[in-house]
Design a protein around this ligand. Sequence first.
Ligand code: ZN
Length: 104
Amino acid sequence: MNLRNIPSWLETEVRNRDTHCIYCGIKFNKILKKNTATWEHIINDGTIITKENIALCCFSCNASKGAKNLSIRLNSNYCKEKNITSENIALIAKQALIKPPTKI
Ligand SMILES: [Zn+2]
């Protein structure tokens, strides 16, 4: 378990899948803080700990997120400025728009 109660097998799976931010698509690096990988609950519910809901996004996208749900977030000024749309987000995020993850 890491600090977010994510089991290590899930952490490994997500780290292997999400090598780029699932929203803006930048490749993670540790040089700039805004480009570091952060843990993301796609549906903003910390109790949904599944591979459909746990993902990695960059610090910048995570910081902009607030408590909004994904479809509302895609209409935010942040997403508009960065050209983040339902068309160009990662597959895992697209799937969450179509079928929001739920608890097991
Ligand atoms: Zn991002």
